[in-house]
Write a protein that binds this ligand. Structure first.
Ligand SMILES: Nc1ncnc2c1ncn2[C@@H]1O[C@H](COP(=O)(O)OP(=O)(O)OP(=O)(O)O)[C@@H](O)[C@H]1O
Ligand SMILES: [Mg+2]
Length: 260
């Protein structure tokens, strides 16, 4: 199986010299669904951000990260980086829509993601189909109207609706990507939507079996996960445990889907 992502000796220090990531190395192969677990503040998001070259600020970052055996991402120039980012389905831990342009709509967010990913132009029908396919709907609670058209402003969506928007625009729009990186998929979601997002990850794993999926999550509700990586104080620690779904939301069916 092809190695999709390889991290070698990743070390990250803050400007005050404090090391927040210590010699982290791991690889993810095609078809794997890997989750990084660890306490709050242990460094999980910092690793994902290093892969995406986000939030570099005053950090000192050393090591090598390669995507499909290509150039070290840490040494990519701006053009190479933009291209790499456009190929990956990445969802960061925070949904921050306060800074998107005032005229930007939910529809535009979806369109931009598709355009950058595959130069594809989505129609309203395509978008409706994506929401339908994964049962991820964003409705106005009062009017019952769908909120994914021109007039909906992402900044005005609720916390859970914003999470769904991030997931549908980055993951569902890019469902045939080779690499998915999702930081805390279930933030802000109610139980039904949490099950739907688990179903989406299962569906992508089944329909795009060559993809590598890297998650950070504290929840154990994902039947699709194949391997755990445990992190403590910025370092990988041995982990004998196999991933086990805790069945918090009831049992998934034999194919890994929850009934919603
Ligand atoms: N840009 C930064 N400046 C200062 N400190 C930082 C920065 N980025 C990360 N840190 C620190 O590094 C540590 C790891 O943060 P990180 O966000 O990776 O944790 P996490 O494992 O994702 O935690 P959580 O489960 O709460 O999301 C924290 O102590 C955090 O304060
Ligand atoms: Mg985090």
């Amino acid at each position: 199986m092809e190695t999709i992502l390889e991290i070698k000796n990743l070390n990250i220090a803050l400007s005050n010299g404090v090391k927040i990531i210590k010699d982290v190395s791991f690889a993810i192969k095609s078809g794997e669904v890997v989750t990084i677990i660890g306490e709050n503040g242990s460094g999980k998001s910092t690793i994902l951000k290093a892969i995406m070259r986000e939030d570099e600020g005053q950090k000192t970052i050393a090591g090598a990260i390669s995507y499909c055996g290509g150039k070290n991402i840490l040494q990519m120039n701006e053009n190479e980086l933009q291209h790499f980012r456009s190929t990956v389905a990445y969802v960061s831990q925070r949904d921050d829509y306060n800074f998107v342009g005032k005229r930007m709509t939910v529809f535009d967010i979806m369109m931009d993601s598709a355009r950058l990913y595959s130069a594809q132009t989505l129609t309203k029908d395509d978008i409706r189909q994506l929401f339908d396919k994964y049962q991820l709907r964003i409705y106005d609670e009062n009017s019952g109207k769908p909120l994914f058209y021109e007039k909906s402003s992402p900044a005005k969506l609720s916390g859970g609706q914003q999470r769904l928007l991030s997931i549908i625009s980055s993951v569902a729009v890019r469902q045939n990507a080779k690499l998915f990186i999702i930081d805390e998929p279930l933030n802000n979601l109610d139980f039904k939507n949490a099950k739907r997002v688990s179903n989406l990850i299962t569906k992508i794993h089944r329909e795009n079996p060559e993809a590598a999926i890297l998650l950070v999550t504290h929840c154990r509700i994902f039947p699709a996960i194949t391997r755990l990586i445990s992190i403590e104080k910025g370092a990988i620690v041995p982990n004998e445990e196999a991933y086990r779904c805790f069945n918090c939301f009831g049992k998934a069916d034999n194919d890994g889907y929850y009934e919603v």
